[in-house]
Structures are given as structure tokens and as C-alpha cells.
Design a protein around this ligand. Sequence first.
Ligand code: BTN
Length: 270
Amino acid sequence: MSALDRAAFQRTLTTRWMGQELTVLDAVDSTNRYLKARRERENLALGAAVIADRQTAGRGRRGRGWWSPPGQGLYTSFILYPGEHLSPVLSLLAGVAAVEAVRAEAGLPAGLKWPNDLLIHGRKAAGILVEGGTAPIPWAVIGIGVNVAGTLPPAVADGTTLEAAAGRPVSRERLWARLAERLEVWCERWLIEGGQPVLAAWRAESLTLGHAVEVIGADGSTVRGVAADVDPEGALLLDTGSGRLRLMAGEVSLRYRGGAYAPRSDPDAS
Ligand code: BTN
């Protein structure tokens, strides 16, 4: 008997293509790696998805891991073929879809820390890892990990789960279906209208813009400034007082004033 029931994930799914081809696994090293490997071997349908009950080598941004125990999280990846649209904006798009799905299914006030950490009450509940390439045609794998239930280990500092935040059970199956739906809506909009509506939606969900932040580079160097905007490539524009810096998500990590992981709620903290 499998730990996850594939039919339960698709029971409330209303998409036309996102997640319609679905693989459900008890365990995998990484759902992103799994989809990438399958893409190399076979023709995966647009929107093909994988869900695993646990990951043995879940991967986060900037070479970090993603804690992925059984029964506690939603670990899922989707494949897209975005043609000439392949761009870092896809990562912001996935963040917007995740916020909308969490809001719809768990009723929680989620927001986004640039580029796409999903925060609830200042704690991280979900992360997104988008990987892509151009051969033989442009492709992207959108990987999303959500802390749904259970207890987080001390090493997952600044984290929370949806159930802890909501104070009630949250269905991984229904959450996944909402996620697929919001991803489909936003991907279609992006392919038809371009990046501007995605950027506008991301700005509306942002918990970063307007805040004083510290940006830490791969070499440990720190730049301070006010997060002013995101540009059409999804880069963060930072006003430093002596000019405007353009920062790409893959290269830096972001903290708030005083090294805090999330923005403080008092107005002076911005
Ligand atoms: C981050 O915030 O660092 C991104 C975390 C992304 C984790 C998800 S879990 C499903 C998919 N498979 C992976 O190996 N990583 C992503």
C-alpha cells in the first residue's frame, strides 16, 4: 500500500494540462532531479508532475538541502516548455501561484520574500526551486516544497508549517490541486501577456519591497539598502543610498535589517 493515493490528488483537480500527467512516489531523491532525468529519456507532456511522500536528497536554492520527511510535506515538481519565454520571471510566477494556493486551501495570509520564499507570520512555510535548460527545446522544472504538518527540526530555523499556522489539518492532496490550478492560470497568462502581469502580482504579494534589507553575496560580502523593485528579469533593484544595484536571485541571499530572516511587523522596521 502506497503512502500517497494518486487518485486523491487528482480528485479535485480542475486543470486542462497542469498536473494531468501525474506520478506519485513513496520516495525519491529529489522530485526536480526525477523529472529532469525523465525529460532526458522520454517526451514528457507539458505540465507533467511528480509528487513524493519523502525525498532523500531534497534540494533547495543555492546548493542547500530541503528537509523532506514522510507524511509532513508536499514535495512536487512540474515541467514546462516555455519557448522563448524561459526567464527567471518563472520563479516569481511560481511564488505567486504558491501564495494563492496556500491562501485558498489553508486560509492563511501568505506573502513572498524575494525571490520566492513563502512566509506566514514571518516564518518560511514553502520554498521554490526552478531549474531550466534550452536543449533540445527550452524547458523548466518548477519544484515546490511546502511544510504542511509535523514538527520542524531545530536546523530548519525560521520555519513553520501550514497546520501550525492554521491550527487545523491541511490536505496535501487538495493543496497540490490548488497549486496546479494557479500555476496553469499564471503560466497561460504569462505566455499570452508576457511578464508584466506576473510582476504586478508578485509586487502585490511581496514582503520585501520597501524594506531595509541586507544582501549577502556568495563570497560573504554584504550590501545594505532599500528593496525598491523587481525588474522584468525578476532581479531585485536595491537602492543603496549611493546608487541602484541589480541583484539576481541565484547569486545572493537576503536578510532584513539587523540580520532578521523576515520583516518585523512594527512599521519602524521597514
Ligand atoms: C528553497 O527555498 O531553497 C527551495 C526549496 C525547494 C524544495 C522543493 S521540494 C520539491 C522540489 N524537489 C527538490 O529537490 N526541491 C524542490
